[in-house]
Design a protein around this ligand. Structure first.
Ligand code: ZN
Length: 127
């Protein structure tokens, strides 16, 4: 007589033991944290007037920026100064001519636009 018998026979009215082991779902939920590719863009800091290679911050693709000219603060300041000079020094009917400087491209700001998504990645301001 062995005393190592389990207690399985102690309760004959117990339900049959479930033979199916509960299969645990395969643990595939490994914490794969997508590291945001926060590489510093090559030359986003230096904007000029020319198309510039850049990493677009909106669509995250390597693009060459499309520079577009926009009337910025510099244009307005120069226009007002020229208008004041015309008003006080030259002749006041010439004052509207001062705002022709708004059309001068070198005084304008340069926006660098992504050709892929039209996102403005940088602005080169004159001042
Ligand atoms: Zn883009």
């Amino acid at each position: 007589m062995s005393d190592e018998q389990p207690q399985a026979q102690a309760d004959p009215t117990s339900a049959p033991v479930q033979a199916q082991a509960p299969a645990p779902p395969p643990e595939q939920s490994a914490p794969v944290q997508q590291q945001p590719t926060q590489q510093s863009p090559p030359s986003n800091a230096v904007w000029g007037d020319a198309p510039t290679p850049m990493m677009c911050t909106n669509c995250n693709t390597q693009q060459t920026s499309v520079p577009t000219k926009n009337i910025g603060a510099t244009s307005w300041i120069v226009a007002v100064v020229v208008a004041a000079i015309l008003f006080f020094v030259v002749c006041w009917p010439c004052v509207p001519c001062a705002f022709l400087v708004l059309l001068i491209d070198p005084l304008k700001d340069t926006k660098h636009v992504c050709p892929n998504c039209n996102h403005v990645n940088g602005v080169k301001k004159m001042i």
